[in-house]
Write a protein of this length. Sequence first.
Length: 283
Amino acid sequence: MNFNEGKVLDALLYRLEKRDGILRCDVTSPDREGHRFPVDLKCKLGDRLYAIEHTGIEPFENHIEGDVRAGQFFNPVKTALAGQLPLDSDFELHVPIHAASKINRRAVGPIRQALIDWIRVTAPTLSINPLGRLLHGIRDAQPPRVPFNVSLFRCQTLGNGLLNVIHIVSNVEAQRSGRIKRAFDKKRKNLDAWKRVHGATSVLLLEDNDIQLTNPELVAKAIEKIAIEAPARPDEIFLVTTCAEPWWVTPIWNGRLCYYDEMDPDERFWEVDPKKLKSLTGR
């Protein structure tokens, strides 16, 4: 799993220090210490105690594993076609997200080569789409000897004949909400215990490392519904986006308001350099 628990927690504490105007102290990991309410981190800012739980979120179950499998299959396709397609265009290959996951390992090579051959022949015959629009192309075709459907588009160039592979997911918003809700339900129990027993401010820290299917607006929409309907909820919820540098810390919920409501716009998208962070939990 490509999440960054320890550094993401450090990013949040820097954000809280700046907001509250007080430096952190008494930073420990109850989870690593075997505490009966094993939150990932607890600390104080002044006399205010914080209990923090981190969780990585995916737009759907097994997304990261699927990304790895997809990369193993499709990256060699892009490499094989580098410099082989018309240089006056870029190309987009749209494939189902789990297209490569069901292929027998012995069949990977022949299927991949069949797809490469089909793209090499087909791509030059396509009309060029204006930048940002996919008006023309081949949709939902099944190339010979390839066991899944693909769509192929030719676009105005930004990168000189590059092939981009876009993974298509059906019903992604419902899957995202379900995935976030399971993480929310799992983490809020220990947070609620720290709030009741120790008087802590409870914070749920979400980490997003998906560059294609997730962003703060989508997470906020899911969280708002989940938090309102939950029997107990954290005092605050933050999102740290780690799919590219710099990272961004975004408040999603502050106990009353959601990202979309009256939350101060200046509080959104706080930039942090991950190279300056340290792992507070060793994970």
